[in-house]
Design a protein around this ligand. Structure first.
Ligand code: THU
Length: 132
């Protein structure tokens, strides 16, 4: 199902708000994400860092795990916001997690400037790991 540009803009606002809650005392790199489910709900998340560095969870996975734990099983779109000059796309680990619930999801990244990246998960991760 196509996700409208209007919905994407609402998601951008929510992702930007979520970036404000980022716990990024080690990297100083706040990230916010918003996930659209098949029922039209929007779930948000931010990156949550840890003194053990490797335990850090990205904003995208925070948002996805919140959605899944609320009963969602299908993701239609993911929006990322960073207060940077250039937009950033989800990391490799997050791409594999998005693939689990939204292999054809629209992925849009926004930042503090007009720059944006509007793409799709199957373009960012053309050959996901699939065991079955
Ligand atoms: N980060 C995300 O939240 N999402 C990504 O897709 C890439 C990186 C976070 C992890 C870490 O807290 C900070 O950005 C710097 O890597």
């Amino acid at each position: 199902m196509d996700v409208s540009d209007g919905t994407i803009l609402v998601m951008k606002e929510r992702a930007q708000q979520a970036a404000g809650n980022s716990y990024c005392r080690y990297s100083r790199f706040p990230v916010g994400a918003a996930v659209l489910t098949e029922t039209g709900e929007i779930h948000t998340g931010c990156n949550v860092e840890n003194v053990s560095y490797g335990l850090t969870v990205c904003a995208e996975r925070t948002a996805i795990f919140k959605a899944i734990s609320e009963g969602c099983r299908k993701i239609l779109a993911v929006v990322v916001y960073t207060p940077t000059e250039h937009a950033v796309t989800p990391c490799g680990a997050c791409r594999q997690v998005i693939n689990e619930f939204g292999p054809n999801a629209r992925i849009v990244s926004f930042c503090a400037s007009e720059h944006r990246i509007d793409t799709a998960l199957d373009r960012l991760l053309p050959h996901p790991f699939q065991a079955f």
